[in-house]
Design a protein around this ligand. Sequence first.
Ligand SMILES: Nc1nc2c(ncn2[C@@H]2O[C@H](COP(=O)(O)OP(=O)(O)OP(=O)(O)O)[C@@H](O)[C@H]2O)c(=O)[nH]1
Ligand SMILES: [Mg+2]
Length: 458
Amino acid sequence: MQESPTIAAISTPLGAGAIGIVRMTGQAAIAICTRLFRSQSRIEEASSHTLQYGVIIDPDSGEAIDEVLVSVMKAPGTYTRENMVEINCHGGPVAQQKILALLLDQGARLAAPGEFTKRAFLNGRIDLAQAESVAQVVSAKTEAALKLAMAQLEGSLSTEIKSLRQEMLAVLAALEAGLDFSDEDVEELDRGGAEARLAKIKERLDELIESAFAGRILSQGVRTAIVGKPNVGKSSLLNALLMRERAIVTEMPGTTRDTIEEIINVGGVPLQLIDTAGLGPAGDMVEQIGIERSRKALKEADLILCLFDGSTREDDHDRALLTSVPPEKTIYVINKCDRFRGRPPSFNRGLLPSQPVVISALTRQGLRDLKEKISRLVLGEEFPTLANPVVTLERHRRLLAAASSSLLTAQQGLRVGLGEEIISEELRAAVAALGEITGEEIMEDMLDTIFREFCVGK
Ligand SMILES: Nc1nc2c(ncn2[C@@H]2O[C@H](COP(=O)(O)OP(=O)(O)OP(=O)(O)O)[C@@H](O)[C@H]2O)c(=O)[nH]1
Ligand SMILES: [Mg+2]
């Protein structure tokens, strides 16, 4: 990728801020900046990784645009491995836009989303999995998600994938040596040995695949549906957890007619909370559609908060609800405990498959217990420690699953005495799948799809 055009973009978010950064990378970055920058020292002569004070001027009018600090970073020790300039200007959108426009006038091209990071990848500074983690670092919503993304950026996943790929290549080489010299008198391939090696590799692949559930939860959030019959306090619970009056609450059953989604952070785990329409007799069309949406939310949820009104006796709707929630991913919650303080709830908790959490969405009593139970259930014991690489992207999970299934076929082939060509074919497919994760084997259009998800200036 030598001689790629110089690109520029505003890297800080749009809108007014104290400082804005306009970023430029490419062979001509420093020369372009020089033509606009008036200062005591010349930036071409400045040492790499230094900060230069000066003024950006419009070269046509000589007018001063902004007082700035310019970071000068010279190839190859930079983010993109090319010359880079970052102009730290005042954070108003006008100054940043004007400076960007001047850079474009002087020959830079506007950067596409993720193009800085794409260059870092194409120029070999980071591999593809690391490049993808940059977007995750930027979008991390919790500390845990940030830690995972940082571990991936530092290469923990890539190192594991590359080592698995190397091991597959070694088995493949042994197989193909058998193939190439099959006319000559070479030792027979040790089928049992090859199979055992593949089994070991597959085991590690499967561990990575398993980590994807936790990875998705930590990086994207646990889909958590609050369900229950009308009027038990679902919207009140959503509001209490959010600590603001997000959903409408009234004493009328059937208040919530559509699902409402909000994100909260419980002990470092992001929850995507979904308040639903009460599951009960549907009156009009809107209520019917609302109830269908509730059922969909219930089906797609990773976690269900199944809510009952503890101040009234259970009825058929409660009982019907109990048959439709899977106990292994449900926390049962008895609400309105302020109404039966000191006395047992009217609701018969003996109906519930596990110990319920008793709360009052009104007085916030029991909310802490509920949050603790949520993080215990989600983070569970089998949750991987962040010391091991964790798969956070669906793209990676899919490729790992493809590799694992090819390995399985290859293993079976070795066992039943299939021809070595067929086995190498499967192995090659597995090697290619892993290569797509780290970008050792990847098509240009795949890259475009991946980097399109990035923000401009990253
Ligand atoms: N005393 C008491 N009242 C509560 C509590 N939680 C909710 N309520 C009341 O119960 C009524 C219904 O609350 P909502 O939060 O709207 O119930 P919902 O389950 O969302 O109802 P729908 O949207 O109609 O399905 C309101 O009058 C709330 O003030 C509680 O913990 N204690
Ligand atoms: Mg409601």
